[in-house]
Design a protein around this ligand. Sequence first.
Ligand SMILES: Cc1ncc(COP(=O)(O)O)c(C=O)c1O
Length: 478
Amino acid sequence: MSDDGPNRSIDLLVDVEAGTGRRAGLEEALRTAIRIGRLGPGTRLPASRALAAGLGISRGTVRAAYDQLVAEGYLTARQGSGTVVALRAQAPPEPRTGAPSEPRTEAHGGGGRYDLRPGSPDASAFPTALWLDASRRALTRASAEAFGYGDPRGRIELRIALAAYLGRTRGVLARPENILITNGHLQGITLLARVVGGTVAMEDPGVPFHAEGVRRGGAAVVPLPVDRRGARTDLLAGTAATAVEVTPAHQYPTGRTLQPERRRTLVEWARDTGGLIIENDYDAEFRYDRKPVGALQGVSPEEVAYLGTTSKTLGPALRLGWMVLPSRLVGAVADAKLHTDHHTEHLGQLALADLITRHAYDRHIRASRQRYRRRRDQLRTRLQPYLSHGLTIEGIAAGLHVLLTLPPGGPTEADVTAAATARELALGYLTERRLSPSTPEQAIIIGYGRPADHAYSAALDALTSTLDAVLLPPVPEL
Ligand SMILES: Cc1ncc(COP(=O)(O)O)c(C=O)c1O
């Protein structure tokens, strides 16, 4: 049997028990590793010469052990392709109690066949060619130092690019020194919670998953109600909050804009108390038919930590976001980041810097905005007939989701869930976004960003069929 070709330089950890014969010990160690799945089907084994050298035994002994396991069906050996674990060699693992379970967040977990849950853009629209090109350019141009440890705030190339980009597009007053690159918004608020401590007021409804991140960062969470004018910033003075997280441009999930007097109250609260405003600008790039609302940070940079992310513009998989910090917090947050993960990985940062500086990021966002606007228009047209049944739509001017409030005394979220599930449709619900069990208001959150283009109109069919089922009286049988 020849096993030297493609297998020459493969490493393998085998634990041959002392006391057994060398060949029998090696055979048993390999059998066990295959049985328990440590060596999965198709895994290549090292060439006999290499394994023999590593174990300090003769090549003949390794060959004999391999031949035996081929005969038993654990391995297959083919001229030219070496020795591999047979495809059927592995017994299915026994279910174990305490086995790791899948993590679940609102963004994870199964959608239905038709997926209109909020929280994600269309992952199938990730600009692969653009990212590949930017990555290639970034890797080719990167200096040797980019492959070592770096500044916990992130790559200077990206911080310079973002300072200009955020100033130009969002009115953010950013200096590269005050920017810290994160692994997305969740990491940003967790780091801030760790540094600021105390109590963070968070919008209710909002993102319970992010509230959990703040708690895990070590701060307490107090819910801040949201009404038609946005977050009730007028209530902050009566709380013990040391910081508040808000989504002023497009409240999540209601889609409301924080009204000017509420913005004023918020800034006054921060100036009077020294409290920190955490501005979550999570979907700022998607504005359709209203003037962009400038970032609060531009008005009060020393009171606001401004957070942005690529999760909606490029994709959540990148885990790439940024914070523009008040000067007083930069050192402490950089230290917290350093002790979390040194810094965000460099290569993605360099690719993003390349996209931004060449304005390819602007072009990509403009094209995405047009795509999502078309979807938004289709959704609005399909929802129009239901408005006479007391449904109201909010947040349609921006973002990738809308809030559809159900009429009082009409169908409940549970009714919609039952009808939607029967149609294999997944939606978001307002009650799931509550931080405290408060108002009885019932609403559906429709995320029109998530489906692939080809699946979108079928998802809208499932949605209207669901609404028909819960809103229209059944047709009497003749
Ligand atoms: C309200 C809100 N904030 C922030 C984010 C982005 O979070 P991250 O950057 O951690 O992916 C999302 C994503 O859906 C969101 O809905």
